[in-house]
Design a protein around this ligand. Structure first.
Ligand SMILES: *Cc1c(COP(=O)(O)O)cnc(C)c1O
Length: 369
């Protein structure tokens, strides 16, 4: 149910104490990831009677919640992540925001939460970006990260879908994820924990998936690794994802590179970067396949020289090469522990497209400013 249309959806109440240009420049000097936030946010409220209503752009600040709000107890919480990029001509565009809007609704459906019209999701993002346009950095690899989320706010302890929800959208200028250049990571193959099981919430971007992953990430770090690699929950054999990113492997077959990524089974998060890289790989002349890959195959293919690279991908870090793989049974290196040519080329191509350096032949860029 939605009572709002995009054009009339939001009241605008900008901050009465705007951040000075000098202060903003200071805060944006080394933003890192997810530590600096812009001056405004957008919220929308949902209840059974009115659907989505009370859309407002207002100063960034804390939320007021009833302690009985069901999100705090039963975890009805979903989120998204996408980016706005400064263009060559000074304009600003977001990357495939309608894909995020559609995925947001698939997550909402899985958690018995209300759908948000896709136009409203994108309108909220356009409004916030226009208001805080000065916070969109300029260099290639830098961006404004948009974080939409939805939580159940109804104060009621009965276990059932809540009858009230809050949508929040805020933004965070983010530097190049790897200021010192892309550095390959070492991964730990987790056999003690699983991220997602068939019939569960693996395909949904819900907060609980992340809560359940933290202990495995901690274990990986204890083993001297940067990230955890997840296996399927049933056979503990097939590779699913790396941390909060999708994973790709590069094979050499008959004189050309073929990128292979685990097929979507319902337990993997269907990444928009993953989907984009499958398309871009083919355009760059690589083969592209979606299928199951076992840990055994991974090690054997690397040792036999058939697999030359592995990398992870997602909105935040774009592409992260995997240099070393560890598990309870041993370890091996990929591509001498360095960044491979396919990962480097895909990364550069995607960033060029996002910043308007390469032409947007797919209509993936959404103009905002
Ligand atoms: C968000 C996410 C991804 C990456 O999705 P993108 O749309 O490419 O950012 C991959 N895996 C998990 C578990 C995620 O939450």
């Amino acid at each position: 149910m939605s009572t709002l249309t995009a054009s009339t959806a939001f009241e605008v109440h900008p901050s009465t104490h705007p951040v000075s240009e000098a202060e903003r420049a200071e805060r944006m000097k080394n933003p890192g990831f997810g530590k600096v936030f812009t001056e405004h946010m957008v919220t929308l409220t949902w209840d059974e009677g009115r659907g989505w209503h009370s859309g407002v752009l207002k100063p960034y600040g804390p939320l007021l919640l009833d302690p009985a709000a069901s999100v705090l107890h039963y975890g009805q919480a979903i989120f998204e992540g996408f980016k706005a990029y400064r263009q060559q001509d000074g304009g600003i565009k977001t990357y495939r925001p309608f894909e995020n809007a559609a995925r947001f609704n698939r997550s909402a459906e899985r958690l018995a939460m209300p759908a948000l019209p896709e136009e409203l999701f994108v309108e909220a993002s356009d409004l916030l970006i226009r208001q805080d346009a000065a916070w969109v950095p300029g260099a290639i690899g830098e961006s404004l990260y948009l974080r939409p989320l939805m939580i159940a706010t109804e104060g009621a302890l009965g276990v059932r879908p809540a009858k009230e929800y809050l949508f929040v959208l805020f933004a965070s200028p983010s530097g190049s994820y790897f200021p010192g250049g892309v550095k390959p990571v070492t991964v730990w193959i987790s056999e003690d924990y699983v991220r997602a099981a068939p019939g569960g919430t693996g395909f949904a971007k819900c907060a609980g998936n992340y809560a359940a992953s933290l202990v495995a990430q901690k274990q990986a770090q204890g083993k001297g690794c940067d990230q955890v690699v997840w296996l399927d929950a049933v056979q503990r054999k097939y590779i699913e994802e790396m941390g909060g990113m999708n994973i790709f492997f590069v094979y050499q077959e008959g004189g050309r590179s073929v990128v292979v990524t685990p097929e979507l089974t319902g337990t993997l998060l269907p990444g928009i970067t993953r989907k984009s890289l499958l398309d871009l790989s083919q355009e760059l002349g690589y083969g592209a396949e979606e299928r199951k890959i076992s840990t055994q195959e991974w090690e054997a293919a690397v040792k036999e020289g058939r697999m030359t690279e592995a990398f992870a991908c997602g909105t935040a870090a774009v592409i992260t090469p995997i240099g070393r793989v560890k598990s309870a049974h041993g370890e091996f290196e990929i591509n001498g522990g360095g960044t491979g040519p396919v990962a480097a080329r895909l990364r550069e191509h995607l960033l060029n497209l996002q910043h308007g350096v390469a032409p947007d032949t797919h209509g993936w860029m959404h103009p905002v400013v």
